[in-house]
Design a protein around this ligand. Structure first.
Ligand SMILES: NC(=O)c1ccc[n+]([C@@H]2O[C@H](COP(=O)([O-])OP(=O)(O)OC[C@H]3O[C@@H](n4cnc5c(N)ncnc54)[C@H](O)[C@@H]3O)[C@@H](O)[C@H]2O)c1
Length: 292
């Protein structure tokens, strides 16, 4: 079977829809496939089976095949997927064929670390401008970029064609910064501040919150501790999830076996279930970037 039916390949406009309308959970998994494919390419692999790629990306192989079929990629029986072609196709669908300019607002502890990170360029992003409101921070040079006053945002956003804004300010300032980004024409925001942002239709917000990730892991720690306290008849592995399973929020389990029952305060019980579906993006709202 042919591997690649181009999905909206540039130059073939009209032959197929410009872009597939993918489920958000599929979109959230594509970067995982891409990362795994780049690693495979770097280690000299020209082709990869769906099982190998699924293992490298940490997802279930049936789900991977379904995801890639939605891009028009079915692999070749006995050969697998062409690594370079699949990279091209996923990068095209994710809009990574052009480097997107990113503005970072808030150059404090977190902002410094993000501004100094050299790894974004290789993933399709260029930090093009740094902004802060603290006069003491203005003029500092990080990775060749000068920290500018936030008031310069509209002018710089136009000059640099800023596509994405990253907010690394305290939560108290985040809404006003989001408003300024939107007013400057930015329609995608990555928010590190622990708050919900109100944005107009057409603006996508994703939120990264390490505390939430830790709280989710805390839940699993709590649950594992509760399970070890169950009677032996319940089985030592009960409730720890499927082999190498992933919860709906993207947590990967190394445990074995089946669904189980966990005692909760008040006599409630929870049944364990697992599925490899990272959380999706909510449009025009504040999606958690959990598991993506
Ligand atoms: N998502 C995470 O995992 C994570 C981890 C750590 C921190 N945080 C969050 O990231 C944010 C930054 O944390 P931090 O430790 O770097 O804080 P910080 O105080 O060191 O830095 C915040 C920076 O924002 C600037 N700022 C404040 N108001 C501004 C405005 N209106 N316009 C432009 N710049 C403004 C400040 O001058 C400062 O330089 C906080 O909201 C924090 O809760 C998130």
């Amino acid at each position: 079977m042919s591997q690649h039916r181009p999905v909206g390949t540039p130059g073939r406009a009209g032959a197929v829809p410009a872009l597939p309308d993918l489920p958000e959970a599929t979109v959230a998994r594509l970067p995982e496939y891409l990362r795994a494919l780049h690693n495979l390419a770097e280690t000299g692999n020209d082709t990869v089976s769906s099982e190998e790629l699924a293992a490298a990306a940490g997802v279930n192989s049936a789900k991977l095949r379904k995801d890639l079929s939605q891009l028009g990629s079915y692999g070749t029986r006995g050969v697998g997927y062409d690594v370079a072609l699949l990279i091209d196709q996923i990068e095209f669908v994710l809009g990574l064929t052009q480097s997107r300019a990113v503005a970072l607002v808030g150059v404090g502890n977190l902002g410094h670390a993000l501004a100094g990170y050299a790894g974004f360029a290789g993933r399709g992003f260029r930090i093009a401008a740094l902004f802060d409101a603290d006069p003491a921070r203005l003029g500092e040079v990080i990775n060749g970029l000068v920290v500018r006053h936030i008031d310069e945002l509209p002018q710089v956003a136009a000059e640099e064609s800023i596509a994405i804004g990253v907010i690394a300010t305290p939560a108290t300032a985040a809404q006003s910064v989001a408003d300024q980004l939107v007013a400057a024409g930015v329609t995608s925001i990555l928010n590190f501040a622990p708050c919900v942002l109100a944005v107009p239709d057409g603006v996508d917000v994703r939120k990264v919150d390490l505390a939430i990730e830790l709280q989710i892991l805390s839940f699993h720690e709590h649950r594992k501790a509760a399970l070890t306290g169950l009677p032996a008849a319940a089985g030592p592995a009960a409730g720890l999830g499927s082999p190498n399973g992933t919860t709906p929020n993207g947590t990967t389990h190394g445990g074995a076996a089946t669904a189980g029952l966990t005692a909760l305060p008040g006599g409630l019980a929870a049944t364990g279930t697992t599925e490899a579906t990272p959380a999706g993006t909510l449009r025009s709202t504040n999606a958690e970037a959990v598991g993506s």
